[in-house]
Structures are given as C-alpha cells and as structure tokens.
Design a protein around this ligand. Structure first.
Ligand SMILES: O=P(O)(O)OC[C@H]1O[C@H](OP(=O)(O)OP(=O)(O)O)[C@H](O)[C@@H]1O
Length: 183
C-alpha cells in the first residue's frame, strides 16, 4: 500500500525557502511529473480512510489541493469546493488569514453554508496554518466538518481537531524519510 507515494517522497529533492527545508514532490508541487497511478493510489487510500457518510462537499485549498480534490471528487461523486487566494465578493464569502512555514496570505471560501456536511482534504500539513484557516472559515459558515485528511504530514502540527494523514515524514536538509503510514 502507498508504495508509489513512499517512493516519490523518499526520492524528493530538498530546497531551502529561507530557513525552511522544502521538499519538492509531484503531489505537493506537480513537479516534475504527476503520474495518474500515484494520484489513483492516494485517492483510493483517502476513500478507505475518510468518513464520507452523508458528506455533501469536499473542500480543498488552491493550489496544491486541487488535483487531489478533483481525483477524489471523481472517485466519490461528491462535489468539490476550491478555497481561493483571491476574493470573488459573492454573498456569504468568508475571508481568513493563512500562514505557512514560508508564506502568508488570505483565503476566500465560497460555496459552503450552514447545513452542509463537508470533508477537508489537502496535500500536506506542516505548521497546520492552512488547515486551521480552512477550519475557521468553514466554522464561520455554520457548516459541519465530518473529517479532515492530508496526504502528507511533516510535523506534529495541532489543528485543534483530529487530523488523518496517509504518511508521516521527517524532512532534513538533504532528504525525506517516511516515518509512518496509515495503512
Ligand atoms: O501546514 P502549512 O504550514 O499551512 O503548510 C501546508 C500548506 O502549504 C502549501 O500551500 P501553499 O499555499 O504554501 O502553496 P500552494 O499554493 O502551492 O498550495 C500546501 O499546499 C498546504 O496547503
């Protein structure tokens, strides 16, 4: 299980973004090449892992949640909501601040409302800043969060609620090591 993901991570190059050791991987960056088989492997693992009972919508954040969200939506037939980094000014739009280990900005949620039951999925959780922002935005709408899952977790982030992850990694200056898997 997850052999393709594990191999792609253990062969990921590392670059510095300031003091941050940033691993470059097809799932988190779409670079150098995203193979359909890897995407299918992750989609199947997420379907097995997530509580999808009565879920109305999948919520992801641009940019590197989108391809995972599209694959998952097509596998489950659950509609997809993309949280964007620019405003649209639609009625009910919720704006929240996002900070990661190397960047910050604003996120804008449209398309989720009270009465919705949603799952949040993303490519990676590092500081947890993005997931905390997504949880905050969804809670402001009054919608219910059924489950949260990321493909990769690279820290002991606390997002204030249970977080499922397919693999846990450690990132050094020179390499990625997979330290745990969900399956
Ligand atoms: O746990 P955190 O510290 O928040 O880091 C995780 C987030 O970082 C990346 O998003 P980012 O907005 O940096 O880049 P992207 O537009 O390439 O997805 C990634 O897609 C996660 O959403």
């Amino acid at each position: 299980m997850l052999e393709r993901l594990i191999h792609s991570l253990e062969t990921s190059p590392i670059m510095k973004r300031g003091e941050y050791n940033y691993f470059i991987n097809p799932i988190t960056d779409g670079v150098p090449l995203l193979e359909p088989a890897l995407l299918r492997e992750i989609g199947c693992a997420m379907v097995r892992n997530l509580d999808l009972k009565d879920v109305d919508k999948i919520v992801v954040c641009e940019a590197m949640g989108i391809h995972i969200g599209v694959a998952f939506s097509m596998m489950t037939d659950i509609p997809l909501v993309v949280v964007r980094k620019r405003p649209y000014g639609l009625p009910g739009e919720v704006a929240v601040h996002q900070a990661t280990g190397y960047s910050k900005g604003e996120l804008y949620l449209n398309g989720v409302a009270a009465g919705d039951r949603v799952v949040i999925i993303d490519d990676v959780c590092s500081t947890g800043g993005t997931l905390r922002a997504l949880v905050d935005a969804i809670e402001q709408t009054g919608a219910e969060i059924a489950d949260i899952c990321v493909v990769i977790s690279r820290g002991d982030e606390d997002i204030g609620r249970p977080l499922k992850t397919l693999v846990k990694i450690e990132v050094s200056e020179t390499q990625v090591r997979v330290v745990d898997t969900c399956l």
